[in-house]
Design a protein around this ligand. Structure first.
Ligand code: F6P
Length: 323
């Protein structure tokens, strides 16, 4: 292996730059030539290859976003798009790839593997933490902290006005941000896609609280919850309790930006380093992850097969602590 290329793909996540830095510097230390591909799979198709050296990754460990840019490529989902991408890899004499991204990135990598089998190793970078084969994904810790600080501020005003706030956090199919931000902020309810939401239960919880004059509530809603978005749930609750004072806040993309926490920087450094080692060990078509603080490698097809499940004991704890 002489020349590798790396790219970031899908939704950006704080810590992706730290992972890019780790990959580039590790690969150069092992005598490899390194190219970056801009805009993920889209750039692989559009031939957006740039040479990387030690200086290309200076002063980026602390920054959010991704210096390589990213995209959600529709063209890579087509046979024609993947063929062009493969031809560009051949043109630049790329022997191995490092893909930094989430569910969609590894779904793409898995299809590409079946067609062209280009040696590839993945690094989990997504705020959603919805991948198997790793306890944490790069960006998740930062996103939860961002949500937590924002919700703490909302709590102040909710308390001052005795209001109910419905706060929507990211997580299209996964409730990990909601669950962890909710526990950390003492939310009264946490609604997540992994468990069915029964609005009758929510009404009962609120009615009990109102009887004991507890009026201030934070209800966290993961954007993918089965009962709908926060605004929809808020409207239904207002119909049920016409006298309550309720507001809705959607935290949105602020959860994707910002300087990564120490945890995400260290995680990204370890996983970027481990990904290069895997390529050099001929350990391909796997994602480097961290399980019980140890590096493990999991095949792409197992990474994307199913989300890690939510611990039932944690859900029980949430009910008790939120009472
Ligand atoms: O990358 C993960 C994520 O932030 C999800 O939590 C969210 O549903 C989605 O991306 C939003 O994607 P986009 O920025 O493309 O609208």
């Amino acid at each position: 292996m002489k020349h590798i290329a790396l790219f970031t793909s899908g939704g950006d996540a704080p810590g992706m730059n730290a992972a890019i830095r780790a990959v580039v510097r590790t690969a150069i230390s092992k005598g490899l030539q390194v190219s970056g591909i801009k805009h993920g799979y889209e750039g692989m198709i559009n031939d957006e290859f740039v040479k990387m050296n030690l200086d290309s990754v200076s002063n980026i460990i602390q920054t959010g976003g991704t210096i390589l840019k990213t995209s959600r490529s529709e063209r890579f989902k087509t046979t024609e798009g993947r063929k062009t991408a493969f031809e560009n890899l051949q043109k630049h004499k790329i022997d191995g790839l490092i893909a930094i991204g989430g569910d969609g990135t590894f779904t793409g990598a898995n299809v590409f593997k079946n067609e062209y089998n280009v040696p590839c190793v993945g690094v989990p970078g997504t705020i959603d933490k919805d991948l198997s084969g790793t306890d944490f994904t790069i960006g998740f810790d930062t996103a939860v902290n961002t949500a937590m600080y924002a919700i703490d501020k909302i709590r102040d005003t909710a308390d001052a006005h005795d209001r109910i706030f419905f706060v929507e956090v990211m997580g299209r199919d996964a409730g990990y941000i909601a669950l962890n931000a909710g526990i950390a902020t003492g939310a009264e309810e946490i609604l997540i896609p992994e468990t069915p939401t029964y609005l009758e239960d929510l009404y009962k919880h609120l009615a009990d609280d109102f009887r004991r004059k507890k009026m201030c509530h934070i209800i966290i809603v993961a954007e993918g919850d089965d009962a709908g978005h926060a605004i929809t749930i808020a409207e239904k609750v207002k119909k049920q309790f016409p006298n309550i004072d309720a507001r809705t806040t959607v935290l949105g993309h602020i959860q994707r930006g910002g300087s990564p926490t120490y945890f995400d920087r260290v995680l990204a450094s370890r996983l970027g380093f481990a990904a290069v080692e895997a390529l050099l060990d001929n350990n391909f078509q796997v994602m480097a992850g961290l399980v019980n603080d140890k590096i493990v490698y999991t095949k792409f097809e197992n990474v994307i097969k199913q989300h890690p499940s939510i611990d039932k004991e944690i859900l029980k704890m949430v009910k008790i602590l939120a009472s």
